[in-house]
Write a protein that binds this ligand. Structure first.
Ligand code: SAM
Length: 239
C-alpha cells in the first residue's frame, strides 16, 4: 500500500517511523511519503493561507498549492493507471470507524490532505472529486488544530490491518469494534494479586468455556454501560 500525506508540518508524521508502523515500512508493507505543502508555493513567505471569502475570523488554505501538490503526487502512481483515494480529515466529515479502516486497508493508494487554520478551500475537494474518490472524515466530535493527528490515527488504524503487519493476527480477531460490535472485555496479566486487586478467579480456572462466557458477558456489560449506541447499531436491531 502507498500512502502520501500532504501537510505544512511533515515532522508531525515522524512517529510513523517508530514501533510497528516503522517496521511495516522497513518490510515494504507500506510506502509512506510525506510532502511539504509549502514546496508548492512561489512567494518569498511560502504562503499557503489567505483571508476567508465573505469575511470572518481566521485564515483559509489557498487552493493553488494544494492543486500543485496533488498534481505532483498524481504524476507518480505506484502502478500505472492506479488512482488514489483522497482522505480529507475535517470535523465536518463522516465519523471514522473501524469498518472504514478495514475498507481503506484494501485500497492500493491513499492520499491524505492535512488542513490547518479554518480548513482547505472547498474547491480543492470539489476539483479532486472530479478525478478520484474523495472522503472527508472526522476523528470525532471535537476540533483539532490540524489534520496531522487525524492522519496519524487513520494511518495507524489502517496499516495495522494489512496482512503481515501483526506478528500474531489473532490479536485483531477479538478487539473492540470488531465483528460482534462489542467493546473488548477487561484484560489482566500476572501477578494474580496486585495492591489488593485480584485477577478474576474464572480467568485462572483453565476452563476455556467459562472464560469465553465470562468475557462475552463482560463485553456486553461494558458496551451497554459505555456505548449503548453500538448495541443499537447491531445488525437486526431494527434501527
Ligand atoms: N473551521 C473548521 C470547522 O469548524 O469545521 C475547523 C478547522 S480545524 C481548526 C483545522 C484542521 O484540523 C481541519 O482542516 C482538519 O484538517 C483538522 N481537524 C480538526 N478537527 C478534526 C476532527 N475532529 N477530525 C478530523 N480532522 C480534524
Amino acid at each position: 500500500m502507498r500512502i502520501d500525506v500532504v501537510t505544512i508540518f511533515p515532522d508531525y508524521l515522524a512517529p510513523l517511523g517508530l514501533s510497528l508502523p516503522g517496521k511495516a515500512q522497513e518490510r515494504g508493507l507500506v510506502d509512506l511519503r510525506t510532502h511539504d505543502l509549502r514546496e508548492h508555493t512561489h512567494d518569498r513567505h511560502r504562503t499557503v493561507d489567505d483571508t476567508p471569502s465573505g469575511g470572518g475570523a481566521g485564515m483559509v488554505m489557498r487552493p493553488e498549492p494544494w492543486g500543485e501538490a496533488l498534481d505532483a503526487i498524481l504524476a507518480s502512481p505506484p502502478e500505472p493507471a492506479v488512482r488514489p483515494r483522497l482522505i480529507v480529515p475535517t470535523p465536518s466529515g463522516h465519523p471514522f470507524r473501524q469498518a472504514d479502516a478495514h475498507r481503506l486497508a484494501a485500497e492500493p493508494w491513499l492520499v491524505m490532505a492535512c488542513g490547518r487554520y479554518e480548513g482547505i478551500d472547498q474547491r480543492v475537494v470539489d476539483w479532486a472529486a472530479e478525478r478520484m474518490p474523495v472522503e472527508e472524515i472526522s476523528l470525532g466530535d471535537f476540533v483539532l488544530n490540524g489534520g496531522e493527528v487525524a492522519a496519524l490515527a487513520v494511518i495507524e488504524a489502517v496499516i495495522r490491518l494489512l496482512p503481515g503487519f501483526m506478528g500474531n493476527p489473532e490479536s485483531l480477531a477479538e478487539e473492540s469494534h470488531g465483528g460482534d460490535g462489542l467493546l473488548e472485555y477487561p484484560v489482566y496479566t500476572k501477578p494474580a494479586s496486585w495492591r489488593g486487586h485480584d485477577v478474576p478467579d474464572v480467568l485462572l480456572s483453565g476452563d476455556h468455556g467459562r472464560i469465553a462466557a465470562w468475557r462475552r458477558e463482560q463485553a456486553e456489560r461494558r458496551t451497554a454501560e459505555r456505548r449503548p449506541d453500538l448495541l443499537a447499531d447491531e445488525p437486526g436491531s431494527g434501527d
